[in-house]
Design a protein around this ligand. Structure first.
Ligand SMILES: *Cc1c(COP(=O)(O)O)cnc(C)c1O
Length: 399
């Protein structure tokens, strides 16, 4: 007889809670931050520009604009693309709500399109069918770190004169056909929230190869102010600036940028550690009947932000919610990424009841669980997670 589940009063697999994601900050990172704190510039100064330059270089893009969060990165990209009321942006319902919220901030409408059953990413064929005169942008997400169908989306956007805005909040460590995310779409948005693959506390970045977008992103980050007046008024106009349009204060501090520099320099090391965890998961979890591990396309290097398991309903006596509770009781910090965006009450109130329209999203979303994956996990953490998954699936197995 197998061990009694913790949820039924048995002993949990581990004593302490293991979260699904977590940051790692070194003494070197703290030293970089301290140097900024002791300097004259703590915001929009030299360290911020250094972080932007190194990030652009790392991603293989021409320009990088650091901002206050992944959400503000997306918002500014939508604005720089010219999105406004009357426009539509095609995006995935299988994401964090920030992706489509940022479309709504501009007055435009997010139009959802279903995902591929294999990668869980926006299906380019289905998305293409929704393009019409109002469509201004396509906004795919690199779900869990698996790059979206970049070539297909880029071709589609070129053919129809649309802006390709990539939500790469999961995929800073990924590669697509050997190239990093950043220079492959019109604008690429990153997040540095602590659960992401690198962190600045809160923070984000937009990268682009397009100088016009770059100038607009800089201006919109800073209230819509530019200093072109300086050029017009010559040397007397040192004090002069103009607010050209309604922008925001979405600036990142040099304090955060210093942390970002430290993290960026260790990102490859973080990635290798995550890959090591994934290799063990692949080996130990791929043989469990009724449980599917993530698919990885041959032409990508997966960014491994999340590691998900898909539980086939036909193999278990209970639903995903019960499996979630059982694993949490074992102190394994499983999570659900994501509740489909169109299920949120705000979206239902604003756009009507869209449930039943995106069947692949709904099926995957009802069967998926994220298990812990971060670059600070110990071998014991990995073994505990595997043991708990086996314990719980064995217990509830019907065949
Ligand atoms: C985290 C995340 C965001 C938002 O980033 P924040 O930095 O938290 O604002 C947007 N899209 C996706 C897919 C994310 O995972």
């Amino acid at each position: 007889m197998a061990d009694k589940l913790a949820v039924d009063g048995g002993k949990p697999v581990r004593d302490t809670f293991l979260p699904y994601g977590k940051q790692s900050i070194s003494d070197a990172d703290i030293k970089l931050v301290e140097e900024v704190l002791r300097s004259d510039w703590i915001t929009t100064g030299p360290v911020l520009r250094k972080f932007e330059n190194e990030f652009a270089q790392y991603t293989g893009s021409k320009f990088a604009v650091a901002v206050s969060s992944g959400t503000s990165a997306l918002h500014l990209a939508m604005l720089a693309a010219g999105l406004k009321k009357g426009h539509e942006a095609i995006t995935t319902p299988f994401s964090f709500a920030a992706t489509s919220n940022s479309v709504i901030y501009t007055g435009a409408k997010p139009v959802f399109s279903d995902i591929e059953a294999i990668t869980y990413n926006l299906d380019p064929k289905k998305a293409g069918e929704l393009i019409n005169d109002r469509t201004k942008a396509i906004v795919p997400v690199d779900y869990a770190g698996h790059p979206c169908a970049i070539d297909e989306f880029r071709d589609m956007c070129e053919d129809d004169d649309l802006v390709f805005i990539q939500d790469a909040c999961h995929s800073v460590s990924a590669k697509y056909k050997g190239r990093r995310m950043g220079g492959l779409s019109d604008m690429t948005c990153f997040s540095f929230h602590p659960v992401k693959n690198m962190t600045t506390g809160e923070g984000g970045m937009v990268t682009t190869n397009n100088e016009e977008y770059y100038e607009r992103l800089l201006m919109l980050r800073n209230h819509g102010i530019n200093k072109d007046g300086v050029k017009r008024f010559g040397s007397d106009g040192g004090w002069y600036y103009e607010m050209q349009e309604l922008g925001f204060n979405y600036r990142m501090t040099d304090i955060q940028a210093a942390l970002g520099l430290g993290q960026l320099r260790k990102l490859e090391q973080f990635h290798q550690r995550r890959k090591g965890v994934v290799a063990v998961y692949d080996k130990e979890l791929s043989g469990i009947e009724g449980v599917a591990i993530p698919f990885v396309s041959d032409d990508v290097e997966h960014g491994w932000h999340l590691f998900t398991l898909l539980f086939d309903k036909d193999y278990f006596s209970v639903d995903r919610g019960t499996i979630f509770k059982a694993l949490r009781a074992e102190n394994i910090g499983v999570n659900v990424h994501y509740i489909p965006i169109h299920h949120h009450p705000y979206y239902q109130d604003k756009f009507g009841d869209m449930r039943g329209q995106y069947l692949t999203t709904e099926k995957i979303a009802s069967q998926i669980l994220t298990i812990p994956l971060h670059h600070t996990m110990s071998a014991q953490d990995v073994q505990d997670t595997i043991e708990a998954v086996k314990k719980v699936t064995d217990h509830y197995r019907t065949r």
